[in-house]
Ligand binder design. Structure first.
Ligand code: C5P
Length: 221
């Protein structure tokens, strides 16, 4: 039996990355965090002082954008054009603007083609917003992960470095706003693919969720 691709989509803070990483570990597959790529691009544009409204400048920069996801001891490292940005891409400044840059078609085109290249040889667990619908429409297993917005905010809050600078209520509003932008954008909005399995993880442990997804793969691997 050969390798397959697994697509995991859903709103912010649903636990996609924790689960995708775990499933990849269980199957000895490669984990690709596409949100980290949009975050890395956002961080880079912010460094250059290029606003999301300035589409022309964004599009001039896109062809030179090199984003690398490097597997490391304590998780994945992220670099943009050779600059390490692993911690920076999780900042509140990036959170606040990533969904605005992510609306830009030319940027999405570039990142989607990098993502497809990573999945060519199969054996990939990829998480994001448009993996099942746009990036890997032929993925053998597709999951749409959700949880209540309160639970999602709690999960995000726990993994945040700047907890002292934001309240849980503010984080709920941030997440709601990001989901709204991601759902309402024109190009590849966040939505469940027709052939994706809906998984509400509000009352599930990470072990249970990972096990459920690995079971879906059993017919293939
Ligand atoms: O997954 P994460 O919350 O880190 O993603 C950050 C943002 O990147 C999302 O809110 C969304 O705007 C964008 N994104 C996207 N398409 C993806 C992954 C992330 O538009 N496949």
């Amino acid at each position: 039996s050969g390798k397959i691709n697994i697509a995991i989509d859903g709103p912010a803070g649903a636990g996609k990355s924790t689960i995708a990483r775990r499933v990849a570990g269980m199957l000895s597959y490669i984990y690709v965090d596409t949100g980290a790529m949009y975050r890395a691009a956002t961080w880079y544009f912010q460094q250059l002082g290029i606003e999301p409204e300035d589409e022309e400048k964004v599009l001039q920069t896109v062809p030179n954008l090199v984003i690398e996801l490097i597997p490391g001891e304590d998780g994945q490292r992220v670099s943009v054009n050779g600059q390490e940005a692993t911690e920076e891409i999780r900042s509140l400044a990036v959170n606040a603007q990533v969904s605005r840059y992510a609306q830009i078609e030319g940027l999405r085109g570039r990142l989607v083609s990098l993502q497809r290249q990573m999945a060519l040889r199969k054996g990939v667990v990829m998480d994001g917003r448009d993996i099942g619908t746009t990036v890997l429409p032929d993925a053998e297993v597709k999951v749409f992960m959700t949880a209540s917005v309160e639970e999602r905010a709690r999960r995000r809050y726990k993994e945040m470095k700047e907890r002292d600078q934001i309240t849980l209520d503010q984080l709920i509003r941030d997440i709601d706003e990001r989901d709204r932008l991601d759902r309402e954008r024109e190009i590849s909005p966040l939505r469940q693919a027709e052939d994706a399995v809906l998984l509400d993880t509000t009352n599930m442990t990470p072990d249970e969720v990972a096990e459920a997804i690995v079971s879906m793969c059993r017919t293939y691997v």
